[in-house]
Write a protein that binds this ligand. Structure first.
Ligand SMILES: Nc1nc2c(ncn2[C@@H]2O[C@H](COP(=O)(O)OP(=O)(O)OP(=O)(O)O)[C@@H](O)[C@H]2O)c(=O)[nH]1
Length: 307
């Protein structure tokens, strides 16, 4: 069942300062490892999406880059992107880690969200106290009070993505804020096939390696298909993996491809090793680089690109 009366569907976007636990929470909600996490701040430079399929709802999660104060032009553009994304979603999840005091970074985001709610969209915001497992009850209560004092929230939910505390409750709360409507994606997408997301991550990581400064936010990766090559021995399958890399400018395309295609070959070799390990089969990796101008600003394009 993916429609019918009472069925709800929509997008949720997870925001919070660097290291707030956004990627880990995304993974815990979706139940698959779709976003890359690390202890270093701001590793989630791009948006990764996961889908929760339920009998009564479909929740599409968008994991945004760490909202931060615009220092550079790039930062401003990133924040524009984040704001555009926020205005597009049905509910916003604002993460504040319980093991840290509410600080200027949180206040900055809270102000952005307040502005968003004053504007056209009155998107509901659910404040989430992440990493609840790291603090004693008293401190958690104190944190929740501080969160409450920071702005107008539709709900406040403490969670731990590590031990699963209240993750289901959070999903219930998010679903309650979604509009009624049929499923947006076919059942099983991304949950049964997280491979495509992980393959895209592996290619993206390999393509950015060593050139992050030159094209940090300008690279999107789309896996077109993963299909078994016909006519192969059953015991020795070969998978054809076709992937598009989108950049914004010709100059960036040249960087990705390198002299006479040398860099793209290296990217392919490195990514292929990871993909073969992931899929447990030999892989023929077909990489294409395309220029998609200003894709970061166009929500339709972003969605098409899997952002
Ligand atoms: N103990 C505990 N640690 C957590 C929890 N959630 C996240 N962490 C840890 O906190 C660190 C940051 O988590 P991420 O999920 O990468 O944070 P993020 O907000 O996506 O970070 P950016 O990509 O920098 O924006 C990682 O070391 C996680 O393992 C939690 O519920 N409990």
């Amino acid at each position: 069942m993916n429609a019918g009366p009472g069925f709800r569907s929509g997008f949720a976007c997870i925001v919070g300062r660097p290291n707030a636990g956004k990627s880990t929470l995304t993974n815990a909600i979706v139940g698959q490892k779709v976003a890359i996490t690390s202890g270093r701040p701001q590793t989630t430079r791009h948006t990764v999406r996961g889908i929760v399929h339920r009998d009564d709802a479909q929740l599409v999660l968008v994991d945004t880059p760490g909202l931060h104060r615009p220092r550079t032009l790039l930062g401003e553009r990133l924040n524009d992107l984040v704001r555009d994304t926020l205005a597009e979603v049905d509910v916003v999840v604002f993460c504040m880690p319980a093991d840290q005091r509410v600080g200027p970074g949180d206040r900055y985001i809270a102000a952005q969200l307040a502005e968003l709610r004053r504007g056209r969209s009155s998107t509901p915001v659910v404040a989430v106290a992440t990493k609840a497992d790291l603090v004693p009850r008293g401190r958690l209560a104190e944190h929740l009070m501080a969160v409450d004092g920071l702005g107008e929230w539709d709900d406040i939910v403490p969670v731990s993505a590590v031990d699963g505390f209240q993750v289901d409750t959070l999903v219930d709360v998010l679903v309650s804020h979604l509009p009624q409507g049929p499923a947006l994606y076919p059942e099983g997408e991304l949950t049964d096939e997280p491979e495509a997301v992980m393959v895209a991550e592996l290619v993206r990581e390999a393509a950015l390696d060593g050139v992050r400064d030159e094209l940090p936010h300008s690279l999107a990766v789309v896996v077109d298909e993963i299909v078994p090559r016909e006519g192969r021995d059953e015991g020795r399958p070969l998978l054809d993996v076709r992937v598009h890399l989108f950049v914004e400018r010709d100059s960036q395309k040249a960087i990705v491809i390198g002299k006479a295609g040398s860099r793209l070959r290296e990217v392919g070799t490195r990514a292929r090793q990871g993909i073969e390990a992931l899929l447990g089969a030999r892989v023929f990796l077909d990489l294409h680089v395309k220029v998609a101008k200003d894709w970061q600003r166009d929500p339709r394009q972003l969605r098409r690109l899997g952002f």
